[in-house]
Write a protein that binds this ligand. Structure first.
Ligand code: SAM
Length: 248
């Protein structure tokens, strides 16, 4: 399974302890007066809960039960007021039934979009999200920029960005293969958490700025802007990320 219980147990450790810059970015893009946000591929819900603490109503969709279980635990721990503003839906963002014209902003963080490896999947997801946006609502997607050279990495050990909680014993090896012509990354991972092992291969399809722009337009989005930083500097070749913001 791609996002197993073991993956979910250590997922947050991949991120810096403070993810508020991301929450601030999405709040800023949502704009004044925005109330309802959608996070397709919400994972363990950390950024969504930060946004709910700011007063937004946040709906998150994810297809991995173990990831949603962590998000649900986090939701409950936030207390009744904040928890009441977060709705978690188990489903595939390509086909999930979402309320029509409900959200001011849908945001996709940290390259999650790349798991939609086939164009057909991305088009279905773009259309499902578009129907759920209010007139004038926006979809913002944070993408990895295309890579310039291919090949296979050496096996890499686990490098958490937060202290590993006591009682969590983690052994992990991963290896990344990059196909520069296809812009496909394959991440092979063997993970053991407290004696339970999972192995998986995650395929990420990277996109050129032209591809993402054309897919958004084809799915009915207008005014597509591409940025290269959270400070919303215009995207240029060599930027560390591609942040697309499109409106309906
Ligand atoms: C990188 S993780 C989540 C990132 C999360 N948004 C964050 O910023 O912490 C990607 C998530 O996408 C979910 N996912 C993958 N394909 C999906 C799909 N078709 N529909 C919904 N969720 C999906 C996985 O289960 C996983 O939890």
């Amino acid at each position: 399974m791609l996002y197993s219980a073991e993956t979910a147990a250590i997922y947050d450790l991949y991120f810096p302890p403070d993810r508020s810059p991301e929450a601030e970015l999405w709040a800023r893009l949502a704009g004044p007066g925005a109330t309802h946000l959608l996070e397709p591929m919400i994972g363990t819900g950390e950024v969504a809960l930060l946004l709910a603490a700011k007063g937004f109503e946040v709906t998150g969709v994810d297809l991995a039960t173990p990831m949603l279980a962590v998000a649900e635990e986090r939701r409950r721990a936030a207390g009744p007021e904040v928890a009441g503003r977060v709705c978690l839906i188990e489903g595939d963002i390509c086909h999930v039934a979402l309320p029509a014209a409900r959200f001011d902003l849908a945001y996709v963080s940290r390259g999650s979009w790349h798991v939609l490896a086939e164009r057909r999947m991305r088009m279905d997801a773009l259309r499902a999200v578009r129907r759920s946006l209010k007139p004038g609502g926006k979809l913002a997607i944070e993408l990895f920029p295309p890579f310039k050279s291919g090949g296979q990495s050496e096996p890499q050990a686990f490098r958490p960005h937060r202290p590993v909680p006591p009682g969590l014993d983690v052994v992990k090896t991963s290896m990344v293969e990059r196909d520069v012509d296809q812009q496909v990354m394959r991440i092979h991972e063997a993970l053991t958490v407290n004696g339970r092992t999972t192995e998986c291969c995650l395929l990420l399809q990277l996109l050129t700025p032209e591809q993402i722009r054309s897919e958004l337009k084809k799915a009915g989005y207008r005014q597509v802007a591409l940025y290269g930083s959270y400070a919303l500097a215009p995207y240029k070749d060599g930027a560390p990320l591609i942040l697309t913001v499109a409106s309906v």
